[in-house]
Design a protein around this ligand. Structure first.
Ligand code: NI
Length: 225
């Protein structure tokens, strides 16, 4: 399932990010992938050790923590510190699957269940640069307003189309979910959404209590901590 979550960052936050990123020192994005990825990846990234990456990455994590829909969809257990990339001048990233296990700075590891791209440039600023995701339902093309995020299963084959005008700036990162199985996460998200809708519509309190119990007991069965 692909999920578009709008307004993770406000317009002011996007502007602040862009002022910092437009003057940043970028390096070759091939430094953070294996040999298979390096063959198809043509972009720029903020170096992992860059203080700006740390600063903006923390701001992204704080913004995510404020967003109930992101939490309901990803059910995050651990999240990789976001990285920042820039595609321009024909830059692209050919079809690939993201690495399954990633090293964290503290020596722990993260299993990538959910892939996330936070757009930091508006669609009018560049041509091309669509994120193209192949999942069981076919091919999806994604190009979102700055400040919006797309969340999709890390198991999917995906690519970034060549940027032929302007620059595509984004943050990207991975989440290890409490619920490893994508179908189970989807069911929980749908259940969560219907409970919220029923709550707003003033549905029967006893039935709502029961349904909320079902949600938590399913999560209890499926969560791996
Ligand atoms: Ni990828």
């Amino acid at each position: 399932m692909l999920l578009h979550i709008p307004d993770i960052l406000s317009r002011d936050e996007v502007a602040r990010f862009r002022r910092a990123l437009d003057g940043a020192d970028w390096t070759d994005g091939r430094e953070t992938v294996g040999s298979q990825g390096a063959k198809v990846k043509r972009n720029l990234q903020l170096p992992d050790a860059s203080p700006l990456r740390e600063e903006l990455g923390r701001a992204v994590l704080a913004a995510l923590a404020r967003n109930p829909l992101f939490h309901a969809a990803a059910l995050p257990q651990r999240t990789l510190m976001p990285r920042f990339n820039r595609y321009e001048g024909g830059g692209q990233y050919g079809f690939h699957v993201d690495g399954a296990v990633m090293a964290l700075p503290d020596g722990e590891q993260l299993r990538s269940d959910v892939s996330c791209t936070l757009f930091l440039a508006d669609p009018e600023e560049y041509d091309g640069g669509e994120l193209i995701v192949n999942d069981t339902y076919g091919e999806h093309e994604v190009k979102l307003p700055a400040g919006d995020i797309i969340v999709y299963p890390s198991s999917s084959l995906h690519r970034v189309a060549p940027v032929t005008r302007g620059a595509r700036i984004a943050a990207f990162f991975w989440v290890q979910s409490l619920v490893r199985d994508e179908q189970q996460r989807r069911l929980l998200l749908e259940l969560d959404a219907s409970i919220q809708t029923l709550t707003r519509s003033g549905a029967d309190a006893q039935a709502l209590l029961q349904l909320t119990g079902v949600y938590h007991n399913l999560l209890r069965q499926w969560a791996q901590t």
